[in-house]
Design a protein around this ligand. Structure first.
Ligand SMILES: Cc1cc2nc3c(=O)[nH]c(=O)nc-3n(C[C@H](O)[C@H](O)[C@H](O)COP(=O)(O)OP(=O)(O)OC[C@H]3O[C@@H](n4cnc5c(N)ncnc54)[C@H](O)[C@@H]3O)c2cc1C
Length: 500
């Protein structure tokens, strides 16, 4: 289906031999045809930019290079277009997101959706229903403010609003360069300690902040610096950012972008293994994961888009600088594990039934964040289907455990989740028909531990190119897809400037 633009190294030797044989046997017609193929491959061999990875960052980079009139070719390790954007479909048409759930306002991808006329719908306000000390606090109100008024006292709310405003002030101050000593000081303590020691908030409000924000960075709030927690909090600040979901599944976005970019400009199933920088360009070599042929492509520049720790799988010539390797080693991570649960549709009674659904629910248990599929969210009341799909976004330590292929059997994950359902919603376990599990590498998203932040000098190293190698991908900017999209804007700006 996809035009292979790479030159397969072993093939060129075979081609030379064949041409010799053809000359010998005077098979002029076949000879002419083969020469044409070789000539065509040679003409395709050079592009302006080679992009490593067909996730959101790679697709967005290609999208923007096309706008800028530069040529590009994407090389993707897997058979899948979209990276961590993945939508699963089950018999009967039920759909659940395996990866990216929602695009928060401010994400440049939303503009691409509009430009490509990809229909989207608002998916959630930033706060969600949560379970505190076993009790569900359902978010069925219209706004964050009304939700909080239903739960907290006036006095608590006043204190919260003061705290929230101070966070918003720090967020604005973090955009000014150079960073002040106040901002840099927030790298030195954990988000948890900062909230506990300086917010003056009640224990329940502190827990509320932890419960609402932890699924975003997918690790304990003890593990990230206060500055990083504050930067994460911006989607919750004030009335919250609001987010969007692609109607019919986020995967549609990736496929539409690939169509626009041109499938012929994407090579799948090829792992980039070597990036050789030369005076006038870059040689990118990869291994076809089907036939293990080495393939190569030349660009004026290369853009890597995979999570930063995966750069270590590539041989760079010259090597990746030591300070960059050190920056990768000291970056933190958040873990996700996705479980889809097909249930009898009567199970909807547990999170809203005919009334407005309380999904998504932050459970603070192994169940993680319980999302509905498109059919079981706030529109569930109209659904006539016999089954429904829940999407469990399992985070942090539970996700780390479930992702351990060497020690965790999926049978025991099924048992643990079934028991967690029964404990939370007695009677719900009997309504489970089937689980499907999706494991991720423990480093599913980036985070920044105490001592570091996404704004520090080590993070800056990846926002600058190393010669002709540009670094993009969510890990270079933030924890989420906004980072992937912003990084694409940055690298294309840099390449366009250099190309002038
Ligand atoms: C379960 C889950 C839920 C999430 N929910 C949200 C959410 O609700 N909102 C949000 O904004 N973000 C969310 N995220 C994060 C979001 O999915 C990512 O930020 C975004 O998709 C990252 O895109 P990317 O292009 O930077 O990286 P990726 O999507 O990881 O793309 C990198 C690509 O590079 C390829 N690759 C790696 N190594 C090589 C190699 N050597 N050669 C060639 N190709 C290579 C990979 O196969 C991959 O396709 C979620 C992530 C997960 C895992």
């Amino acid at each position: 289906m996809f035009t292979l633009k790479f030159i397969k190294a072993p093939l060129s030797a075979v081609q030379t031999l064949l041409l010799g044989l053809l000359f010998f046997f005077n098979l002029s017609q076949t000879h002419a045809a083969l020469t044409k193929v070789v000539a065509k491959e040679k003409a395709l061999r050079q592009v302006d930019v080679v992009i490593v990875g067909a996730g959101l960052a790679g697709l967005s980079t290609a999208y923007r290079l096309k706008k800028a009139g530069l040529s590009y070719h994407i090389v993707e390790l897997s058979a899948h277009i979209g990276g961590r954007i993945r939508t699963a479909t089950y018999p009967g048409g039920l759909q659940g997101e395996v990866g990216l759930e929602e695009f928060w306002r401010g994400n440049p991808t939303l503009e691409i959706m509009d430009e490509l006329k990809i229909p989207k719908e608002p998916s959630a306000t930033s706060f969600s229903s949560f379970i505190y000390k076993g009790q569900l606090h359902p978010f069925t109100q219209a706004t964050n403010g009304q939700f909080m008024e239903a739960i907290f006292t006036k006095e608590d709310l006043n204190k919260y609003n003061t705290w929230d405003k101070s966070v918003a002030r720090i967020y604005q101050a973090s955009k000014v360069r150079p960073l002040t000593t106040e901002i840099l000081g927030l790298q030195a303590i954990s988000f948890a300690d900062w909230v506990k020691n300086s917010s003056g908030l009640s224990p329940m409000l502190q827990e509320f902040i932890r419960l609402e924000s932890e699924p975003e960075y997918a690790t304990s709030w003890e593990n990230i610096s206060a500055l990083d927690g504050i930067l994460e909090w911006h989607i919750f600040a004030g009335e919250g950012s609001g987010s969007f979901h692609v109607i019919g599944g986020n995967q549609k976005l990736a496929l539409k972008m690939a169509e626009h970019i041109g499938h012929k400009n994407i090579t799948l199933n090829t792992k980039v293994t070597r990036i050789v920088s030369e005076n006038d360009g870059v040689l990118v070599e990869g291994v076809d994961q089907g036939d293990y042929h080495t393939e190569s492509l030349r660009g004026k520049y290369v853009v890597t888009t995979m999570p930063l720790f995966r750069l270590l799988e590539i041989q760079f010539i010259p090597s990746l600088t030591e300070d960059r390797k050190q920056a990768i080693a000291s970056q933190g991570w958040g873990s996700y594990f996705t479980a889809h649960v097909v249930m009898d549709s009567k199970a909807a009674q547990f999170w809203g039934g005919d009334k407005l659904s309380s999904l998504p629910v932050l459970t603070d248990s192994a169940l993680g964040v319980v999302y509905g599929s498109v059919d079981t969210d706030r529109k569930a009341k109209n659904s006539k289907k016999k089954t429904l799909l829940l999407n469990l976004l399992i985070c942090g330590s539970s996700a780390e455990k479930f992702n351990m292929r060497a020690t965790t059997a999926m049978d025991s994950v099924r048992q643990e989740l079934t028991e967690a359902f029964e404990k939370q919603w007695p009677g719900s376990a009997a309504m489970i028909k089937k689980f499907e599990f999706y494991q991720y590498h423990p480093r599913a998203i980036a985070s920044w531990p105490v001592g570091r932040s996404r704004l520090d000098e080590q993070s800056d190293l990846f926002r600058k190119p190393q010669g002709r190698v540009f670094f993009a991908g969510d890990f270079t900017e933030s924890t989420h897809s906004d980072g992937a999209a912003i990084s694409a804007v940055r690298v294309v700006q840099g390449i366009v400037e250099k190309s002038r």
